[in-house]
Write a protein of this length. Structure first.
Length: 511
């Protein structure tokens, strides 16, 4: 018996609508949690006495833990059934959201975020798989359009909600609000869908594959997060972590490709369309998400924005994204998916290059306008890339393919965030030294400040602050340029996929 993505028991009418809304809400909540903490990092860091750079661990720890469990969903669904895995994930997600909200220290908060991510990981691919399970095959395009829309909207809503909560309530509520949603969705989705659960079979546990996955992913993420703090490869710890990550990754590939019952089905990469699509997805989403994290961090630490206004500045892409999602869904399966994807990614790259011209005098609308216009192209990327990947695999590989594609996307986001925030900090430090050394007659500037009533120490601090603000601005623009380059590379990668076959039964109707 093989795992069924099952078009055997499609729902109809109001039950289909209710189930689809529950699954969409679950996916929305899990994706929301990847961004809701972005604008809250300065609040969390200040409350728990850590630096803003360390505060980003709240984001990356969740993403990495989520990514570790995402590719296991194919095995979990085969062993326990998609509905049971989904419901258990919702229960654990709600429990650890509570523990995150009451965590008394930063170390415990990160630990609970890891556990929250481990429970949340299966929810995203299981919601996608169940959406295809309950919809008739001829309406699979509508299913993926609805699912993809929640993936588009959630990262946009996160900064707004996080900003409002951080400024007006307490940062802990960004986690506590998950509890009623997780309970409601978990209970009602289980009761509604358990009779339509997917077929199961007893499969052996690939303990070695799981251990190797946790080892190389964990080592890589810790290396990226701790690199700057430990001065990178001048530190024996970083060298050791790098070696563990490389050896663990190679061992993982060899083991999973040769194991009789691999916990991660890497064989789906034999489909060139899937490989090209998920590579494009990982590169593009990594660049996109890293910018989503960077913008509120820059606005709050340097430009004097509150968490709420930083959230507003980053959310306007949601307007056009929501408007365009149903339009793009109509084209999926009818227009070459490579063309749709490359247009969306190219559009996002143009917006990244636009933002390389920011200055410290930038107004709210200078910052928000590129965000707003970027929303036009986002659905072309999110919806068409997901469809291109999933339509390239065999029906029985849907769960494994969904898990792997979400794993790579999530890992791309986590790794890119760590790399960009570290590079941002390092570049700002280098630019600070260069700008300070290039100043002409700084003593005259200090004298002018002291003549207006500043003490020598105050004048010196003010001058250093001015230099630091400019250094951070240059560094921020440099990060946007790097993101733009990654987007353009992704545009080229998607054309490595073969031309999709014409589909008459919806986007998932062919291979």
């Amino acid at each position: 018996m093989t795992y069924q993505t099952a078009q055997t028991n499609p729902l109809t009418g109001s039950r289909l609508l209710a189930a689809a809304l529950l699954l969409g809400l679950a996916n929305f909540m899990v994706v929301l949690d990847t961004t809701i903490a972005n604008v809250s990092v300065p609040h969390i860091a200040g409350a728990l006495a850590v630096s803003p750079a360390q505060g980003t661990w709240v984001i990356t720890s969740y993403s990495v833990a989520e990514a570790i469990t995402v590719p296991l969903t194919g095995w979990l669904a085969q062993r326990f059934g998609a509905v049971r895995v989904f419901a258990f994930g919702m229960a654990g997600f709600g429990l650890f959201s509570l523990l995150c909200g009451v965590a008394p220290s930063f170390a415990l908060l990160v630990a609970f975020r890891v556990a929250q991510g481990l429970c949340g990981g299966p929810i995203m691919p299981m919601s996608q798989t169940l959406m295809l399970h309950i919809f008739p095959r001829e309406r699979a395009g509508a299913a993926m359009g609805l699912w993809s829309m929640t993936t588009v909207v959630a990262p946009i809503a996160g900064p707004i909600l996080g900003g409002q909560i951080s400024d007006n309530l307490h940062w802990s509520w960004i986690f506590l609000i998950n509890i009623p949603v997780a309970a409601f969705v978990g209970i009602f989705a289980y009761r509604m869908l358990i009779a339509h659960d997917t077929a199961t079979r007893k499969v052996p546990v690939d303990y070695m594959g799981l251990a190797l996955l946790v080892t190389w992913v964990g080592a890589m993420q810790i290396m990226l997060d701790k690199g700057k703090e430990l001065d990178w490869f001048s530190s024996p710890t970083i060298i050791m972590l790098g070696l563990v990550a490389v050896v663990g990754f190679i061992s993982f590939l060899i083991w999973e490709l040769t194991a009789l019952n691999p916990i991660v089905n890497l064989r789906v990469f034999r489909h060139r369309g899937f490989s090209a699509a998920v590579t494009t997805m990982s590169l593009s989403f990594g660049a996109f998400f890293a910018c989503v994290v960077l913008v509120p961090l820059w606005l709050q630490t340097t430009m004097g924005y509150t968490a709420t206004w930083a959230g507003y500045a980053g959310c306007l892409n949601g307007i056009l994204a929501v408007c365009m999602s149903p339009v793009v869904a109509r084209f999926v399966g009818k227009v070459d998916g490579r063309l749709l994807t490359s247009f969306g990614v190219f559009w996002m790259g143009l917006m990244a290059f636009w933002r390389t011209g920011f200055t410290t005098d930038a107004t709210f609308w200078n910052i928000a306008l590129p965000q707003f216009i970027m929303g036009f192209g986002m659905p072309f990327f999110f919806i068409s890339t997901t469809n291109l990947a999933m339509s390239s695999v065999n029906p029985e590989e849907t769960a494994s393919a969904s898990g792997l594609s979400n794993f790579l996307r999530t890992m791309g986001a986590a790794f890119a965030t760590s790399i960009m925030t570290t590079a941002w900090d390092s570049t700002a430090s280098r630019k600070h030294e260069l700008l300070a050394g290039a100043m002409t007659n700084p003593q005259a500037t200090l004298d002018g400040m002291m003549s207006r009533g500043f003490s020598h120490e105050q004048a010196l601090a003010q001058l250093d602050r001015m230099v630091q603000v400019q250094a951070i601005m240059i560094s921020t623009n440099t990060m946007f340029m790097y993101a733009g380059v990654v987007f353009m590379i992704a545009v080229a990668v998607v054309w490595l996929a073969p031309k999709p076959r014409p589909m008459t039964g919806g986007p998932m109707g062919g291979h």
